[in-house]
Design a protein around this ligand. Sequence first.
Ligand code: ARG
Length: 272
Amino acid sequence: MGRDEQGTADTTRALQALAIAGAVAALAGTSPAAHAEPAIAGDDQPQSRILGGTGATTDDTPWVVALTDRYGNQYCGGTLIRAGEVITAAHCAHDPLTGAERSPKDIRVIAGRTDLRSSQGDEAQVDDVWVHPGYEDFTTGDDLAVLKLSAPLPQRPLPVVAPGDTTSYEPGTKARVYGWGRTSEDGPASDTLRSVEVPVAADDTCRSAYPTYDSRSMFCAGYPEGGRDACAGDSGGPIVADGRLIGVVSYGTGCGRPGTPGVYTRLASYVP
Ligand code: ARG
């Protein structure tokens, strides 16, 4: 899902800035005095942020990139895996309204920009989009695409999990997911990069939450009680374990709901 459905970038961002304090207050039931804390400052209290994450910076994780449309609206994330290559979700390479593939010139890659309101870092154009040929929609798997950039980016790329690796996907493996997506299910997206740690869940848990769950092409991650999760706008972005990219944010029912982990593309099934 994209923020391009929510109006122009400037208006959206301005409204988001106003709405975030109110949304956090309403959800957390806290007193107004508590909202002086800036949205970027993170803590690990699930009750204070529905997504449950903390602030992150592209200085520490230079390989996390934002994808924007031709109007500059961020709608997905991605990961730099080589100087000229970004991994993202196949559904991020499609227009959510028409279902048609996005033209490469309608996708921009933003690197090294923690705060999307700034002009820090680098922007890259896309020359070519490879979408996994098996992709139909995210519920059936193969939710994977690779963007070939027209010029290499200077940011450090992230190594990808080894082909056929299984240890990274063992239940309980601590993985960290990154993005500029929503900080609550119905709330605004984040102007600044955030991240949250979630444990990989057992296939049975994923299957009982999602009838079309496929353990070959997907894995899922989250706490049984919910509270920490990726959300809309984080799609295509990285989930990392042990310094390697193990998955791509794909889908979920709501965000951070109990018994409803987030679903990710299982990269070890797709590399090289
Ligand atoms: N499909 C969403 C997007 O386009 C990502 C949803 C991830 N949801 C979750 N609960 N983990 O941004």
